[in-house]
Structures are given as structure tokens and as C-alpha cells.
Design a protein around this ligand. Sequence first.
Ligand code: GTP
Ligand code: MG
Length: 488
Amino acid sequence: MDIEAEIRALQLDSAGMTDEVDTKSQPVQAEPKVKDKEVADMDCAEVPDEMESQKKRHLNVVFIGHVDAGKSTTGGQILFLSGQVDDRTIQKYEKEAKDKSRESWYMAYIMDTNEEERVKGKTVEVGRAQFETETTRFTILDAPGHKSYVPNMISGASQADIGVLVISARKGEFETGYERGGQTREHVQLAKTLGVSKLLVVVNKMDDHTVNWSKERYDEIESKMVPFLRSSGYNVKKDVQLLPISGLVGTNMKTRVDKNICPWWNGPCLFEALDSVEIPVRDPKGPYRMPVIDKFKDMGTVVMGKVESGSICEGDSLLVMPNKAPVKVLAVYCDEDKVRRAGPGENLRVRLSGIEEEDISSGFVLSSVVKPIPAVTEFTAQLQILELLENAIFTAGYKAVLHIHSVVEECEIVELLQQIDPKTKKPMKKKVLFVKNGAVVVCRIQVNSLICIEKFSDFPQLGRFTLRTEGKTIAVGKVTDLPSRSSA
Ligand code: GTP
Ligand code: MG
């Protein structure tokens, strides 16, 4: 098989996906037979479970961090170490990278598949790939670090359960990423807001000549990152783990680093750490919610997204919200496989009947009929202001771009209701007209068209959001209240 095709087959980026459905894994699927239909019409919970029990657990991992920290290189190395990329391909990439005067980028080429990314040495689109360890099937989402592509990073992080935060230990590089305005900070704050509940922080480039596996440098980075991660809302004891690696050389990744190279590290290697991450709690019996990330035409209308709650079965009747369009599930695909049912946490492609592809946008939610997701044009939220643009005042009339699950929508702050004292967490008495950086404020937010959201207390994944202006994240927030007559 053509080596390039082999690599492409590992990567399910949305552009390539239509071809895959047509040509490989699913040679023209016939409609389910009558017998299958009978099974599919039963409650999902009644469907025989053998397939599920044999399956390994599944985790979506987003790679985040400042530009050039080594996210794609580390992702590529993981695929190489897990035996999915052969030496010949690596040699080919080494040559291609050299021809582009980007010698050291050959490992990143495994994840960075388009020409623009390879020429510039920067990820643009979120790369996707799969790999497995003893216990777990992982989907890697390789986010771009460059500040121009933060919206793509947000979409990657919103699909993830856990994050690998890649930090460069190279002299000067850790510092630029960590500074105000650097993406190390911004990505951490976004990840937390988008529901990435656990972080593995990999201190990368430990092989670099300015680092040389220095314990001092590692400790310095750890001593700065830990308080910052804590202040971003992570429980650093329970939900954060740091470890040193070299993504380029592949050290402390599949096997623990040799004591001759790094005598002071007694902790796990990356694969061990990934293997032992605990899965976030998910409710397979909750009402079905799957925000649509992308859609295309393929023997019907196919939508892509991650199941945030509930389970889906072939034959299910669902609603596409906010349009309230009734649809029927013709087929469900998990990775390349057609499956009868799928539960929360899975990244799926779902073929639907009853709706045209043009009538769906990203940000819509495939939803249960009995308990559809609320659709609103206004909501109340608690916001934490991070960093406003220079001279900007946060007050009624402030306009920003709202990012909530896969929704991206212009919004306006219509009223500031209360300022919260960050120390006591209680509302302050005096009336609030404007706030500054660092403030926590409850306000009313409006959008022009209906969006599907939930209260944070009901569905954290669908009730937390970020506000951005002119390409900068200025606030993170959670939905605290919805109008009592939301159009569900
Ligand atoms: P963006 O996608 O643009 O945000 O960058 P990235 O984080 O994906 O970084 P990428 O993997 O493209 O690597 C950037 C540069 O850092 C390349 O030159 C890599 O060879 C180099 N690099 C990555 N990991 C290591 C490492 O472990 N050691 C050394 N010495 N260099 C590394
Ligand atoms: Mg990259």
C-alpha cells in the first residue's frame, strides 16, 4: 500500500473523511435489515452489550501549548512508537523536511499533513490520529499553537477529555510561552473552561543542548507552572501530572528514561501516564446531546461530533436543535467502524435521514426528542474577565465573539447584574456599571440567532464558554441561568 495513503488512513481529518467512508471501511452500506431494525428500535440500554465489553476504554486527548513547543512532533513520535509509521516513511519525511530547510520538523510531518503546515512548520488545522495502549484507545487532537489559530484550538479542546500541555524547556522558549500574551497561559485557561478536566504537562525538548536533562531547569518550570495551573482552576494534586520528555528523540515516552540520561527522574513515562489517567464520569443514560462540529453529504446527511451525554443507536429518532428538525439515525460510525450503538465521550459520524446537509450548521446539537437541549438568544452567565484589550471597558454594550461547545457567535453584554467578590465569592452590594481585568461579574448576554446551550450546573460541557475580541481571549464564563421559556 502506498505509504502516504497509509499515513492518511491514520488520520481522520474532516476533509479526508468523505473519501474514507466511500472507499474503504464502509463499502456501500445497505439499509439495516428488518431484523436489525427490530433491535435498533429497542431502548439502547437493551441492546446486547458484547461489543462494548470487549472494547477498550476510549479517551480524547488534545495536545495544547505555545507555538513550536513540540505538540506535532510529540504526536508524531507517539504514532511512530506505537508502530503505526514505519522507518521508510520517516526517512521520506526527513528528506522532505530537509528540502524545505526544516530538518528537525520531520516528526511533526506525521501530524502536519497539508503543504502550508509543512512549509511554515506550523499546525493550522487540528490534526487527528488514533493509537492504542494496553488499556486504552486514544484519539489524539493536535491543536495549533500559533495565536492566529486559537479558534481551531478551541474546537480541538472542546472535543477532548484530557489535555497534554506541551512546554518547551529550551532556553528562552519556556519564557515566551509563559509570558502574558503567550499561548501557554491562554491554552490552559481555555482548556479548563472547555472542560478538559485533566492535564498531563510534558516538559519537552529536554534533549536540547540548552537543557541537557537539567533537573534545575525542570524544577524551575515546575515551580512556575504549578501555581499558575492552580490559579487557572486545576486541582494540581489530583488532576495535573508533570513529566519530562523529548518528543523529537522519543525519550521517556513509551519506556522510562534511562538513568544514564536522566538520573533524577523516578516518575512514569508518557505512555504510562496516559494509561493511568482516570476517565471522567459520563452518563450513558442521560438525554442525548451531540454538538455538531462538521457535516457533509454522503448517502444522506452525515454529521460529526462528540457525544456529550446519552447514547445513540441505529434507528433512533432524534431532533436537530435549534431547528427542532426531526431526524432518524441511519448509521453510526466510530473511527472507521460502523457500530450499532455508541455512548458518551465517543467521536462519531452519524448518518441521518429527514434533513438536508444545508439545513445544519456547526454549533447545532443532535438531541433527544423527550428532553431536547434548550435553544436561546439570551442567557445569564458568571464571567471572569482575564485581560481586556487596552483602553477597553467592560460594560453593557460590550461586543465579543462567544465560543461555547461548537458554537461561534457574535454576542453583546446587555446588562451587568452583580460583581462577585473573588475572596468571599459573594455578590458585592454596590451597583456595578463597569469592571476591569480580573473581575468576576454576573451579566446578561444576547446573541442574534438561537443557540443551544445548557446551564453549567446541569451539563458543564455545554454550559461553559469563552469570550474573545480581536483574536484575544478576554473572558471565560459559565451559564448560570436560561430564560424560563427557552424554546426547547
Ligand atoms: P505549532 O503546531 O506551530 O504550534 O508547533 P508544535 O508545537 O506542533 O511544534 P512542532 O512539533 O512543529 O515543533 C517545533 C520545532 O521544535 C521543530 O523544529 C521540532 O523539531 C522542535 N522540537 C520538537 N520537540 C523537540 C524535542 O523534544 N527536542 C528538540 N531538540 N526539538 C524539538
Ligand atoms: Mg503543531
